[in-house]
Design a protein around this ligand. Structure first.
Ligand code: FAD
Length: 476
């Protein structure tokens, strides 16, 4: 029996796990990273962020080409080479996975390919291709991520019923496709398949798309999706599915009526569950919450003090950059630093077309919590940059504390909102005021000016929108 001694073992090589392993190695720890997939990168690289964004880039390209005759440039009929598209997408993943592997080598992180299982609070059994190996560790980080949730009544073992994993493999472009779930994954993948030629019906059980997101940010996305999809059904409950020849028969209840329809493929995008059922957690003192996520304290420490948990498996917002931030905090705590995952601004981006991005306090959140705020807005119809590429379907808004003028949150909908939100994160993290943002010169013509002009709008001095003056100008 091989026994491998290490200071830190990280189980799971996604954006939480590999970030933790690399950072711990930089800090001088002896690190072993255990990953059961062939390559590092996790869901984000192989079945999430990167493939979906690559395909969304193509979807945006198709839309721009379709809309270009109005500008006097036409390209003719779209020809889709699905095999080439798949191979380009895979090449993007491959480059990144190779890079992560090289970085692991350079940092002297031992990568062990296999499935990890806790024998107890100091021993991890790893099922490798060459049999069992044992890692004896001083500290561990659990970063095993999550997987798509698929209720048993949809789980027929029929490949035409897909989760995001299969949808991103892009096996075929179905003619008629049902997307179950109007969260960000359903909306993003619906956008991709609609651009590639599928007629999409999207069914969402709740009364709105992208639940929890400010309605004024959702509106332009919904309008754009209504044009791109065959139909969006809100308050639609999908009850059952059955194989029906080469199709999937679906029973759905919409506005009190029961509908029976058939689709070539169905994408189920209704949430994700943590990957910790077969991990040996019961052999440690680690506890899970009532939704199955590993319970952690603000230091990301589990109930077993030498074992930390980060990323999707530890619950909270399931985003790659949240996992990577938690990785750094866990490693710093292990290194004896006084750190915790509290009051950290985690931005969110929905990469639809247009995109939605927000950070800090949202307008709906302020309303729910009864926090008094002022909201300053700048519609993109007044942005020269947005007009120059024909996408005025955007809005930038800033949530401001009326007494201190501090920026508490930023929300943006529009093309490239995901890139713009970084400035909002900096403003909220640094405790910037609306005045700081209004007085920082932004380059013209860019969409970044919409942030500056929103702040100016708060004072009633925005150049390109006329708004009521709210505050006197400061005395110089
Ligand atoms: P994961 O990335 O899930 O990695 C966990 C790793 O652990 C996996 O590689 C798995 O093989 C391994 N593992 C599991 N069990 C074991 C075991 N017992 N032993 C060894 N290894 C094990 N987030 C964003 O921030 N931006 C986006 O644009 C975005 N888009 C997304 C699009 C889709 C379609 C999906 C599904 C997700 C998207 N996400 C996005 C979410 C993001 O992918 C996750 O939040 C992120 O991957 C979580 O990272 P993690 O390190 O916690 O776990």
């Amino acid at each position: 029996m091989t026994k491998h001694h290490t200071e830190l073992v990280v189980v799971g090589g996604g954006p939480g796990g590999y970030a933790a392993a690399f950072y711990a190695a930089e800090k001088g720890m002896k690190v072993t990273l255990v990953e059961m997939d062939n390559r590092l990168g996790g869901v984000c690289l192989h079945r999430g962020c990167i493939p979906s964004k690559s395909l969304l880039h193509v979807a945006r390209l198709i839309r721009e080409v379709r809309e270009s005759p109005v500008r006097g440039v036409a390209f003719g009929k779209m020809e889709l080479d699905l095999a080439q598209l798949r191979s380009w997408k895979d090449s993007v993943i491959d480059k990144l996975a190779t890079g992560i592997g090289l970085l692991a080598d350079r940092r002297n992180v031992t990568v062990m390919k296999g499935r990890g299982y806790f024998e107890d609070a100091t021993n991890l059994r790893v099922e490798t291709d060459d049999g069992q190996q044992f890692v004896v560790f001083e500290k561990a980080i659990v970063a095993v991520g999550s997987r798509p949730s698929i209720p048993s009544q949809f789980d027929l073992g029929n490949p035409r019923i897909m989760t995001s994993d299969e949808a991103l493999a892009l096996e075929e472009i179905p003619e008629e496709m049902l997307v179950v779930g109007g969260g960000y994954i359903g909306m993003e993948l619906g956008t991709v398949y609609a651009a590639l030629g599928s007629r999409i019906v999207l069914a969402e059980a709740l009364p709105s798309l992208l639940a929890g997101t400010d309605p004024d940010l959702v509106r332009p996305v919904q309008k754009s999706a209504e044009a791109a999809f065959k139909e969006i059904r809100l308050g639609a409950k999908v009850g059952s599915m059955a194989t029906s020849g080469k199709q999937i028969g679906v029973v759905m209840e919409v506005e009190g009526k029961s509908l029976e329809e058939s689709y070539d493929r169905v994408l189920v995008a209704i949430g994700r569950v943590p990957n910790c059922d077969d991990l040996g957690l019961e052999n440690t003192r680690i506890q899970r919450d009532d939704r199955g996520f590993i319970r952690v304290n603000p230091q990301r420490q589990t109930d077993e003090p030498a074992i930390f948990a980060i990323g999707d498996v530890a619950g909270g917002v399931m985003l790659a950059h949240k996992a990577s931030k938690e990785a750094r905090i866990a490693v710093e705590v292990m290194a004896g630093e006084a750190r915790q995952f509290e009051n950290i601004v985690i931005p969110a981006v929905v990469f639809t077309d247009p995109e939605i991005a927000w950070c800090g306090l949202t307008q709906s959140g302020a309303k729910e919590m009864g926090i008094e705020v002022e909201v300053a807005k700048f519609p993109w119809a007044a942005s020269g940059r947005a007009l120059s590429f024909d996408r005025t379907d955007g809005l930038t808004k800033i949530i401001i504390d009326p007494s201190t003028e501090r920026i508490l949150g930023v929300g943006i909908v529009g093309v490239g909102a995901g890139e713009l939100i970084g400035e909002g994160v900096l403003a909220v993290e640094m405790g910037a005021t609306a005045r700081d943002l209004a007085e920082s010169v932004h380059p013209h013509p860019t969409l970044s000016e919409t942030l500056m002009e929103s702040a100016e709008a708060f004072y009633g001095t925005a150049t390109h929108v006329h708004s009521r003056k709210k505050k006197p100008e400061p005395v110089e």
